[in-house]
Design a binder for this molecule. Sequence first.
Ligand code: C2E
Ligand code: CA
Ligand code: CA
Ligand code: CA
Length: 279
Amino acid sequence: AKDEGRSCYAFYTPQHNEIIQERLRIENLLRHAIKNDALEVHYQPIINLRSNKITGMEALLRLRDGDQLIPPDRFISIAEETGLIISIGEWCLRESCKQLAKWHQHLDPNLYISINVSTRQFQSKAFMEVIETTLRDNQLDADKLLIEITESLLLHDNQHNLEVFQQLNRQGCRIAIDDFGTGYSALSYLMKFPIDVLKIDRSFIGQSTVDGKENSLIKAIIQMSQGMNLKVIAEGVETSAQSELLQSFSNDICAQGYLFSRPVNDTEFAKIFMQLTAK
Ligand code: C2E
Ligand code: CA
Ligand code: CA
Ligand code: CA
C-alpha cells in the first residue's frame, strides 16, 4: 500500500495541483458565499416574439470573487458534488422571488420568474416546503414560478420524483425542461410528467440556417408542443434571422438570447424592461 501511495503521489504534476487548488478555492468561496453576500442573481429577459414584450426572466447565478464574477459553469458542478447546491439553490429561489415581487409592484404584475433546479435540490427533503414558504412570504401566485429541470431527472422511474412533480403541479407551479433535445430523450416522459414548457437548447438555435437539418428539428419540436399543449421557449437567439425563423414556425413562441439581452443585474433589467415597454 505504501508503494501504491508513492506511485500515485508521483503522478501529481504541478498542473494537477493547480486544478485542485482552484477547485478548493471555489469550494471555499461557495461554502461561505451566503454568509458573505457573495452570490448574485442576474436576470435574462424572456420575450414573447409576437408582442415583442418581456413576459418573464430566467434567474442565473453568479459568484463574486473580489471584483470578478465567476460564471456558473465554473461553480455549479462543484456545488452539486459538495451538496452546497441545495442551500445555494434555495437562496437563489428566495432572492429572485423577492425581486419578482418588487417588479410586480413597479413593472408588471404578470411577469414570471424561471429558476434552474438541480436534481439534488429537486430531490432534497425540504424542496416543496421551501417553494411553498417562498411563494407565501412574497405573496406570489404559484403560476409566476417556472421550475427548470433537465431531462436526466425524468429518466429514471422514480416514484419520489413523480410525486414532487405532481405536488408542484397541484400547487400551480409550471415546469420546464431545460436544454430540451440534448438529453437522452425518451419522449414518453412528456406523457408521464406534468410538463408545461420546453426550452429548446441553444445549440439547435445557433446552428439554424435557412433550410438546414436543425430547422426541421426545431420545427418538429414546436409542432409536437402545439399538439401537446406545451409552451416553447427558444434559448440562445442571437440574430434577427433566427428570431424571424422561429416566428415563421409559430405565432405563440417565446425566446431569450443576446439579440434581446444578456443576463443583467436587477437595475439593468428594470431599465431594459422600461425601454421595451416604451416602444
Ligand atoms: P442554462 O440554464 O442553459 O442557462 C442559459 C445560459 O445560456 C446562460 O449561461 C446564459 O447566459 C447563456 N445564454 C443566454 N443567451 C445566450 C445567447 O444568445 N448566446 C449564448 N452563447 N449564450 C446565451 P450562464 O448564465 O453562464 O449559466 C450557465 C448554466 O449554469 C445554466 O445554463 C444553468 O444550467 C446553470 N445555472 C445558472 N444558475 C443556476 C442556478 O441558480 N441553479 C442551478 N442549478 N444551475 C444554474
Ligand atoms: Ca436554464
Ligand atoms: Ca402544470
Ligand atoms: Ca438551457
